[in-house]
Design a protein around this ligand. Structure first.
Ligand SMILES: [Zn+2]
Length: 191
């Protein structure tokens, strides 16, 4: 799968890891209303193409897999939101994440990376969808159960509403773009 520049532009804000990037395919539009950016399997393929950094296995997914992908996203978003709000995640979401991860355990392989031997964690059972879902579910599990969970936030910018992990303790927005937009909006309001 090649990463077209158009796709990269369309998904330019992504780049935080597979689970966060999948969760952030639901975001606020110009009117500040949440919108689903994965309307079709082809939208999903566009997203998948820019996720090579996190999902190097090019799983051969098919349109029949789309409902399961959305089910995984729903569990991730539910658990992330609970974490942001300081609530205990719903048992349904937790069970779904664990079940997706259990579909295909990771195995460790000795591989040559940039000329040096490395232990690489691979998930490829020969069942592309299970492998994909397990890979992304485990990313969500590590985030929710690890030290990064403390820094999980929902961006309060009116046209964003996306999840992110704090890079520094006083960070208020997911990105400089959101921070600047909010400042500009405040400035215009004052005028
Ligand atoms: Zn934002």
């Amino acid at each position: 799968m090649n990463t077209e520049p158009e796709q990269q532009k369309r998904w330019s804000w992504l780049g935080q890891g597979a689970a966060l990037d999948l969760a952030d395919t639901v975001a606020k539009n110009r009117e500040g209303v949440y919108e689903d950016l994965l309307q079709s399997f082809s939208d999903f393929l566009g997203w998948f193409a820019v996720e090579e950094q996190w999902l190097p296995e090019r799983y051969a997914l098919t349109p029949a897999d789309f409902p399961q992908i959305l089910a995984l996203r729903s569990a991730i978003r539910g658990a992330f939101l609970a974490s942001v709000e300081g609530r205990k995640p719903g048992s349904q979401d937790v069970e779904a994440l664990n079940a997706f991860a259990a579909e295909c355990p990771a195995h460790h392989r000795l591989e040559s990376v940039d000329g040096a031997l490395r232990v690489v964690s691979r998930r490829d059972s020969g069942r592309p969808m299970e492998s994909f879902l397990a890979q992304v579910a485990e990313d969500a599990i590590s985030l929710l159960g690890g030290p990064k969970a403390q820094g999980l936030r929902l961006c309060p910018a009116p046209r964003c509403g996306m999840f992110y992990v704090l890079a520094r303790s006083n960070q208020r927005w997911c990105s400089d773009i959101c921070g600047n937009r909010v400042r500009v909006a405040r400035h215009l309001k004052k005028k």
